[in-house]
Ligand binder design. Structure first.
Ligand code: SF4
Length: 196
């Protein structure tokens, strides 16, 4: 069965695609299941299939998250339509992304998300491109890391809340450097625990 959305506690997550431009060492896709859920998809859903998979929305947290087993921005049109629905139901939306959408797809992705996404959480994951490439193996190679920083800067113009994140698999020193990068751009910063 395809799990197009899933709950962790009362938090509702949306699983649009398994495609990703990275192959991170710490990716939960390297595990068989996440919270006992199989998040591999045999087919990518339409927006109505995603909405049809939701539990009663009054029972879930206010914020609903576009997440994965993959990079949600591969399905940006679905993100926009589902966000419209969620907003009409009184929910807020968060996009968890690897921050490479602009360089992958172009067309000013941050501007397209304006009014639909309330928070964008961007995985920075490292503090320089060599380290990023070693940890995340981006198909974009050398171009990926700077593209993520540019994406965060652009998102700041259009999206109410922007957060850069790292996973605590990197050194404490690099976690501090990453926080400095976030400060320079003027966005929030969060350290994710590996098990999250
Ligand atoms: S960016 Fe996210 S989905 Fe893609 S490989 Fe890395 S952790 Fe997995």
């Amino acid at each position: 069965m395809n799990n197009y959305s899933y709950l962790v506690g009362n938090k509702l997550y949306i699983n649009l695609t398994n495609r990703c431009s990275n192959s991170c060492e710490f990716c939960i896709r390297n595990t068989d299941a996440f919270h006992d859920l199989d998040l591999w998809l045999s087919k990518e859903p339409s927006e109505s299939e995603v909405i049809g998979s939701f539990p009663e929305l009054s029972t879930v947290d206010e914020e609903v998250v576009f997440c994965g087993y993959g990079e949600p921005t591969y399905k940006i049109d679905n993100i926009i339509k589902i966000s419209e629905y969620l907003h009409a139901c009184g929910k807020k939306t968060r996009l968890n992304t690897n921050g490479q959408a602009e360089i992958l797809f172009g067309g000013n992705v941050p501007q397209k998300l304006r009014g639909y996404i309330d928070t964008v959480s961007i995985s920075l994951n490292a503090v320089e491109k060599e380290k990023y490439n070693t940890l995340c193996h981006p198909v974009l190679g050398e171009k990926a890391f700077e593209a993520i920083i540019d994406f965060a800067r652009e998102c700041k113009k259009y999206i109410p809340k922007v957060v850069l994140t790292v996973v605590d698999v990197i050194s404490i020193e690099d976690q501090k450097k990453a926080e400095e990068i976030a400060k320079k751009i003027g966005v929030d910063f969060r350290i994710r625990h590996y098990t999250e």
